[in-house]
Design a protein around this ligand. Structure first.
Ligand SMILES: [Fe+2]
Length: 291
C-alpha cells in the first residue's frame, strides 16, 4: 500500500528545466497538501540541480507557505511585524514578509516596494546568509516586476581563468542599507549591515563553487588595491549577468518560487508604480558561515 502511494506521488512530479543553467518548473504538485517524504526529497534534489524551482498555479494559505518553507530547513525569523495589512488579509504570520508597493496612509505596507532592483544575494551582508528564499505572488502588475536569476556556478565555471586565478581564495566585503535597490541610489531608511565572505563560495550540499559577489551589495575585494578590486569585480558582475546564465521569470498569480542564495543571485525589473504588486516572502536559515 505504501509503495503504491509512493509510486503515485513520485510519478506526479514533473520537472521541466527552463534554461540550460538555471530554473525548472515543478508541475503536478499542490502544496496545500503535504507531500510524502520521497516527494520532498525529490523536490529538494530538483532544487539543488536547478537552483531555482517554480511551482505554478498554487493557491496557498500563509500556513501552507510556512509548511513548504520547512521542507528546505529552518524558517528565518523576521524582526518587524507589519503595520498594515492588504485587502483580504487580517494577519501576517511570523516568518512571512510582505514585498509590496501597496501603500496605506502614504506608507508602503511591505518591504522593497518600488522599481528595479540590481543583482544581489539575499542577506549576503549577514554573518550567516539565508540559504533559500521563497516568494509567492498574490498580486502582480500587468507588465514588469520580473525576477532575473543568475547561476553563480555557470559564471564560476566559465570565468576568464586570469580573473578567476587572481580572485581565488580572496574574500570580499558586502554592505547593505536596508531598502536600497540600486547601487549608489537612495539610501534605505533602515540601519545597514556588512560582512566579509569568500569571493567564490563552495556550496555545502553540492560541493560546487559559485561566484559569490554582486553588483548591489559587494563593496570590495580585501587585500587588493582598490582600483584592481573595482576592475575585477565589474568584470565578474558583467560575466555573471550574461543572458546565457540567466533565467527571467515573468510572474503569474499563484506562482511559488524557491531559490538558492548560495549559488545564485537575482534582480528585479522595473514596473509601473501605479499598479499593485504583492508578494509573500519567507527565508530558510543558513547552516553556517560560507566557507
Ligand atoms: Fe532579494
Amino acid at each position: 500500500m505504501d509503495l503504491a502511494v509512493e509510486t503515485r506521488s513520485k510519478s506526479k512530479l514533473d520537472i521541466v528545466p527552463l534554461t540550460k543553467h538555471i530554473g525548472a518548473e515543478i508541475r503536478g504538485i499542490d502544496l496545500r497538501e503535504k507531500p510524502d517524504e520521497d516527494t520532498v526529497r525529490a523536490i529538494y534534489q530538483a532544487w539543488l540541480d536547478h537552483l531555482v524551482v517554480i511551482f505554478p498555479g498554487q493557491d496557498l494559505s500563509q500556513e501552507d507557505l510556512i509548511r513548504a518553507t520547512g521542507f528546505f530547513g529552518e524558517i528565518g525569523a523576521l524582526s518587524r511585524p507589519p503595520k498594515y495589512f492588504p485587502k483580504g488579509f487580517s494577519k501576517i504570520l511570523p516568518g512571512i514578509m510582505m514585498i509590496s508597493n501597496i501603500r496605506e496612509n502614504g506608507e508602503p505596507i511591505g518591504a522593497l516596494p518600488d522599481g528595479e532592483m540590481m543583482f544581489h544575494h539575499d542577506m549576503i551582508h549577514a554573518e550567516v546568509p539565508s540559504k533559500a528564499t521563497l516568494l509567492y505572488s498574490v498580486e502582480i502588475p500587468s507588465a514588469g516586476g520580473n525576477t532575473l536569476f543568475a547561476s553563480g556556478y555557470a559564471a564560476y565555471d566559465t570565468l576568464d581563468p586570469a580573473i578567476r586565478n587572481r580572485l581565488e581564495g580572496k574574500k570580499a566585503l558586502h554592505h547593505y542599507n536596508y531598502g536600497t535597490t540600486i547601487r549608489g541610489g537612495q539610501m534605505g531608511t533602515e540601519a545597514f549591515a556588512e560582512c566579509v565572505h569568500p569571493v567564490f563560495r563552495t556550496h555545502e550540499d553540492t560541493g560546487r563553487k559559485a561566484a559569490y559577489v554582486n553588483r548591489l551589495m559587494t563593496v570590495k575585494v580585501l587585500d587588493m588595491p582598490e582600483d584592481e578590486s573595482e576592475h575585477l569585480l565589474n568584470a565578474v558582475y558583467d560575466h555573471c549577468e550574461k543572458r546565457e546564465f540567466v533565467y527571467e521569470h515573468v510572474w503569474r498569480v499563484g506562482d511559488l518560487l524557491l531559490w538558492d542564495n548560495r549559488c545564485s543571485s537575482h534582480a528585479r525589473t522595473d514596473f509601473p508604480s501605479t499598479e499593485r504588486r504583492l508578494m509573500l516572502r519567507t527565508t530558510v536559515k543558513g547552516v553556517g558561515r560560507p566557507y
